[in-house]
Design a protein around this ligand. Structure first.
Ligand SMILES: [Zn+2]
Ligand SMILES: [Zn+2]
Length: 330
């Protein structure tokens, strides 16, 4: 049996198997029998799909809530979708024994997100967002403990805290992890995603929206917590809350390991809580899947493939704008 993995010029990973082609997380029109969407983050979504979509029900619902007009997903007997531990509904793609594509992946369980189970496969296509050795994350539990301690200090001084993370993914994890504090308000964009996730069975409390809290004069009663999307960190809204109420910003991201992230003036307290594997977890994934060939995508794809070659793996990075066709045979 022979399969092949190729990358097109259009930023799609193409897998050929038994006369069928699978486009993995394409970003633009692509000629393939099936389209796989791993999860509902914008950089993995493509709205032009009209049929033969392989995705979880959760991903399709979340994507629709984000304005992507997707068809209902289909079942495909050749393919298994496995939990990737990244965000609600995120999946890895497996053609049993042959090809495993991680999608975005996190090995460590956090909040309501479970650790993924890893299969063996001959070819592994792995995300390498944090595929550089300098990315080593502390355990989520220790980061949460540290953040709780910092919130407690702020609260004892009457200082409001703004918890920032991506509206889809991190914001639900934050909503869950810090639900013991009160009062908690959520920015509209976070509230909307929380609501969709609740409808999908994620156990999240419902919180008053920021604008309601503002209209009801609740922001004046300090302290409080606001959960806001990190996209708003530089916005007038956050800076006015910092000025007016003396609020401080806590930002949760794997990039908190980096100096440039810590040096940003609108982030008061960075916390390295990530929805991705760090470098060591990525190596762990490779070891457990035990592939004959590895292809790296995203982020530090090049550096990670080099590191894997030093570890003795047959590894290549699949960067965009590069045509690459590789055979793997039994
Ligand atoms: Zn993602
Ligand atoms: Zn991604």
């Amino acid at each position: 049996m022979t399969g092949r993995v190729s990358v097109s010029m259009n930023d799609a990973i193409l897998v050929g198997y038994r006369d069928k082609t699978y486009a993995l997380d394409p970003r633009s029109p692509v000629d393939a029998h099936y389209i796989f969407m791993s999860h509902a983050h914008i950089d993995h979504l493509y709205g032009g799909v009209t049929k033969n979509l392989i995705a979880s029900e959760e991903t399709v619902k979340l994507a629709r809530a984000r304005g992507f007009d997707l068809p209902d997903p289909i079942q495909n007997q050749e393919v298994e979708l496995l939990n990737s531990g990244h965000i609600v509904g995120s999946k890895s793609f497996l053609i049993p024994d042959e090809v495993f594509y991680t999608g975005d992946m996190a090995l460590r369980p956090r909040a309501f997100l479970k650790a993924p189970k890893l299969p063996k496969a001959k070819a592994l296509i792995i995300e390498a967002t944090y595929g550089h050795r300098r990315y080593s994350f502390p355990s989520p539990a220790s980061v949460v403990a540290e953040a709780n301690k910092a919130i407690s200090e702020m609260f004892s001084r009457g200082i409001p805290v703004i918890l920032c993370g991506y509206a889809l993914g991190k914001a639900q994890v934050l909503s869950y992890l810090f639900s013991t504090w009160s009062p908690i308000f959520v920015h509209e964009s976070v509230g909307k995603m929380n609501e969709v996730c609740c409808s999908l069975g994620v156990p999240l409390d419902s919180h008053k929206s920021y604008s309601k809290a503002k209209d009801e004069g609740l922001l004046k009663k300090r302290p409080w917590i606001l959960i806001a999307p990190s996209s708003l960190l530089r916005s007038g809204l956050i800076s006015s809350l910092r000025k007016k109420y003396g609020a401080v910003t806590f930002s949760f991201s794997g990039w908190a390991v980096d100096k440039w992230f810590n040096g940003m003036s609108h982030i008061d307290y960075p916390f390295p809580l990530s929805d991705h594997c760090d470098y060591n977890d990525l190596v762990k994934v490779v070891k457990r899947v035990d592939p004959e060939k590895v292809y790296t995508v995203h982020g530090y794809a090049k550096e990670f493939s080099q590191a894997l070659r030093r570890l003795g793996y047959d590894a290549h990075s699949l960067s965009s704008h590069q045509s690459n066709l590789v055979d793997f045979s039994e």
